[in-house]
Design a protein around this ligand. Structure first.
Ligand code: SF4
Ligand code: SF4
Length: 202
């Protein structure tokens, strides 16, 4: 913990809300249609360049609901200090969804990686990998603004798990295996402390 009682793992401040925020047990695009991808996403310039380096491969796996015109895939570059390169590039929305979302609700960037035997997140922007988690001003927290727009995973009737439980792979991806173990320890401490506080208040 640092002086302000913030837990920092792998350079990120951990917002303990990730332990308690309710969420679905797993993403299921057959139910939600991948609606978190309806708005496009901001990529870091390096992610944007990686995507363009495999543009022909992406086009091969696109369907007729997507534009194969590469000029229509991205917005103008813009300065943004939240991104490692200092430059963010947004994906465009086409047919009411991110240009990379197919009509079945699958991300073409993830689809091509799986089809080619690569790691499934090889071409996927970090912000897409992490959602409903987000890194905001150095803090690993929840993108509640975007989550509040969802009709499936934000409905309490479907929220039978927590973001921590559902997003273990995403947390390992961003914190590393060791960092994830540290996170589990912090979670245990956090619940123990809160139980003690509740007990004292009773
Ligand atoms: S985060 Fe929500 S909207 Fe996005 S794929 Fe998962 S369940 Fe669907
Ligand atoms: S790049 Fe893929 S995961 Fe990200 S918003 Fe677009 S379709 Fe969704």
């Amino acid at each position: 913990m640092n002086q302000e009682n913030q837990k920092i793992i792998n350079g990120l401040i951990i917002d303990p809300i990730i332990f308690t925020q309710k969420f679905v047990k797993a993403c299921d695009v057959c139910i939600c249609s991948g609606e978190c991808c309806y708005y496009g996403v901001y990529t870091d310039k390096s992610e944007y360049e990686k995507i363009l380096s495999v543009k022909d491969r992406i086009i091969k796996s696109m369907d007729d609901s997507q534009t194969k015109n590469v000029e229509d895939w991205f917005e103008e570059e813009q300065e943004d200090s939240d991104f490692p390169s200092g430059i963010a590039v947004g994906t465009e929305v086409y047919n009411g969804k991110c240009v990379f979302l197919d009509k079945q609700g699958f991300c073409t960037l993830q689809k091509i990686a799986i089809e080619d035997g690569e790691h499934k997140w090889k071409y996927k922007p970090l912000y897409c990998i992490l959602f409903p988690l987000v890194i905001f001003e150095g803090k690993l927290t929840i993108d509640d603004e975007h989550l509040n727009r969802m009709h499936y995973c934000n409905k309490s009737i479907n929220q039978v798990s927590t973001i921590f439980e559902t997003c273990k792979n995403e947390l390992k991806f961003v914190l590393g295996e060791e960092g994830f173990k540290e996170l589990e320890e912090y979670r245990n401490e956090y619940f123990k402390l809160n139980k003690k506080k509740d007990h004292e208040a009773a």
